[in-house]
Structure formats: structure tokens, C-alpha cells
Ligand binder design. Structure first.
Ligand code: PMP
Length: 306
């Protein structure tokens, strides 16, 4: 998986090698960037590529810029058509991952508001095999950073220092990924995905004041569950509920829907991917390609909109 040859840099399509930032930029020196990771999916029957929930990702990028006090020097809405141009220019006809990032350019200190630059890059990225097998998670000894310190709601690169510490440790200890508790000791999220449990026939997920990113896939999964009559509960979740859950999965734009089969070595349910997880995962996979749920307005066609 490598990045496609063209990248959008401040509105222009430039070759990969020319999409560079200065070492003295606040982005480089202090990690001052906000970003979105999203996906586009190829629908072979329609011969069309669709970006999934583009407007929602643009909205969250604008929110992250606002909360981190980046100057609004460009219109975030313009990144939508620029992304579609990029995917067409790179001739992508496959499932791909897209990165949109706005960052502090120039050579100011960490309190400056600009200049703000942005880039959009894409790479073909197939589905993880772990979508079938599921993953084994560990509750991390690293704590999710608090809204009062490094708000997880702001999708900024620097927040992924916390994610890295947790995931690195989990991988080093032989797990597939970590789960982070928040500063109150309640379940927060994974390093790059939100968390869902199936308990007593309900779908349970930490509420958005649990110290989590306001995940777009979380919103998608709740909508898909409600559509088939599953009761969805957003609330505080205890650590021990992870072990007691019948089923569990993590979800995110990049991760998609990954079943969790054990936590801290404790098998969930019978240790296999459960029926509710399988059904919701299948619903997600068909929604993203446009084989179902077209009425939700989640898809932006790439070639048809040229
Ligand atoms: N939480 C974290 C920490 C993440 O990095 C991600 C991936 N962006 C998610 C949740 C899932 O967010 P989304 O569904 O919007 O991709």
C-alpha cells in the first residue's frame, strides 16, 4: 500500500515528491495538524467509486480547526470537490483510504493561528483480514487523555501520541490492539476506533462525553442497528462490562468493523465472532459500497460527478 502519485497541496494537484512541509513549521515542531481519515469504495456493478460520508468528515475537519484555533484561511467545503478531482486524477477504481490534513505552516510558535496549509492524499487499501477472524485486545495501562487536557474530540495528530503508546504496548505484549480507559477509569475508545458491546440484547457504546472522538462510524453503526430494531444505548461503560459482554467490536473509517473476540485474554461469549456483530458488519459493508442504505445520503459518487 503506497500513496498514489498525485496529492492535493493547498488546492493544487502536485506530484508526491513535491508535497512537502518545512521542518520549522509548527506542524513539524509541535505536531500542530488536524486531519480526517475516510474511505472510498468501488462498486463494480455500477462502475463507480463512492466516498463514504464526505460531508460529515469535512464538517468534523472544520470543527477540529475551529477548536484548535486555526485561522479559517480557506473554505473547508472546497476540499470536497478537490478530493473528487484527486481520486479521478489518480484513476482510483478500488477501495481506498483518504487523508485530509490542515496544518500550521510558516515558522511561528505554538500559539499562532496561521498560515494554515492543507493536503489531501489517497492510497488503495484493502479490507483487513481481521474483519473475519476478529482481534484480541488488551486494556491499556495508558489512560486516554482528558477533554480538559488534550481533547479527544479534536482530531489532531498530536492526540495520536497517546494512541501510539497504547497500541505499541499492546502489540509488544502480543495483542492485536489496545482499549483505553478514560481519566475516570471508564471505557473510552481504541487507539483508532470506537467501541461497541452487545449486552443483554442491546448495543452499548460509551457516550460522547466519555473522552472519545465523535466518530462518524459510531454514528453509522448506531443508525444501522436502529434500522434493524436493535436497541442502542449510549452511556458510561465499566471495564468489567468488556469481559461480561456477549459480543464486542471496534469501528472506525480505517478499521471498518473489527470483531473483538477477547479482552485481556478473557474470551467474550463463546470466543467467536457473534451473530449481532456479523449482521452489523455485513450491513456496514453493504452500506459503504452502496449496495444498501442509499436513502441515507452517505455516498458521494466520484466519476459520475465529473
Ligand atoms: N477514535 C479514534 C481515536 C480514532 O482515531 C478513530 C478513527 N478516526 C475513531 C475513533 C473512529 O472515527 P471515525 O469513525 O470518524 O473514523
Amino acid at each position: 500500500m503506497s500513496t498514489e502519485p498525485l496529492i492535493v497541496l493547498n488546492g493544487d494537484l502536485v506530484p508526491y515528491g513535491q508535497a512537502t512541509a518545512h521542518v520549522m513549521s509548527p506542524a513539524m515542531r509541535y505536531g500542530l495538524n488536524v486531519f480526517e481519515g475516510l474511505r472510498a469504495y468501488w462498486n463494480a456493478g455500477e462502475n463507480e467509486l463512492h466516498v463514504f460520508r464526505l460531508q460529515d468528515h469535512l464538517g468534523r475537519l472544520a470543527q477540529s480547526m475551529k477548536l484548535l484555533r486555526f485561522a479559517p484561511t480557506f473554505n473547508v467545503a472546497e476540499l470536497g470537490p478537490q478530493l473528487l478531482d484527486l481520486l479521478r486524477a489518480n484513476e482510483i477504481k478500488d477501495a481506498c483510504h483518504i487523508r485530509m490534513s490542515a496544518y500550521l505552516d510558516g515558522d511561528g510558535e505554538h500559539h499562532v493561528s496561521g498560515p494554515v496549509s492543507y493536503f489531501i492524499a489517497s492510497r488503495v487499501q484493502p479490507r483487513s483480514e481481521k474483519a473475519v477472524t476478529g482481534i484480541r485486545c488488551a486494556v491499556s495501562s495508558w489512560v486516554r487523555m482528558a477533554d480538559s487536557a488534550m481533547p479527544p474530540r479534536i482530531k489532531c495528530g498530536a492526540n495520536y501520541v497517546n494512541a501510539r503508546l497504547a497500541r505499541f504496548q499492546a502489540l509488544h505484549d502480543g495483542y492485536d490492539d489496545a482499549l483505553l480507559l478514560n481519566e475516570h477509569g471508564k471505557v473510552g475508545e481504541g487507539p483508532g476506533a470506537c467501541v461497541f458491546l452487545v449486552r443483554h440484547g442491546q448495543l452499548v457504546t460509551p457516550d460522547i462525553t466519555s473522552g472519545i472522538l465523535e466518530s462518524i462510524t459510531r454514528d453509522t453503526m448506531m443508525a444501522l442497528a436502529r434500522d434493524v430494531g436493535i436497541n442502542v444505548v449510549e452511556r458510561t461503560v465499566d471495564r468489567t462490562e468488556l469481559y461480561a459482554a456477549n459480543e464486542m467490536f471496534v469501528a472506525g473509517s480505517a478499521a471498518e468493523v473489527l470483531p473483538v473476540v477477547s479482552v485481556d485474554g478473557i474470551e467474550l461469549g463463546d470466543g467467536r465472532v457473534g451473530p449481532a456483530t456479523k449482521a452489523l458488519q455485513a450491513a456496514y459493508f453493504s452500506a459503504v459500497t452502496g449496495d444498501s442504505h442509499r436513502d441515507k445520503g452517505w455516498l458521494t459518487p466520484v466519476y459520475g460527478s465529473a
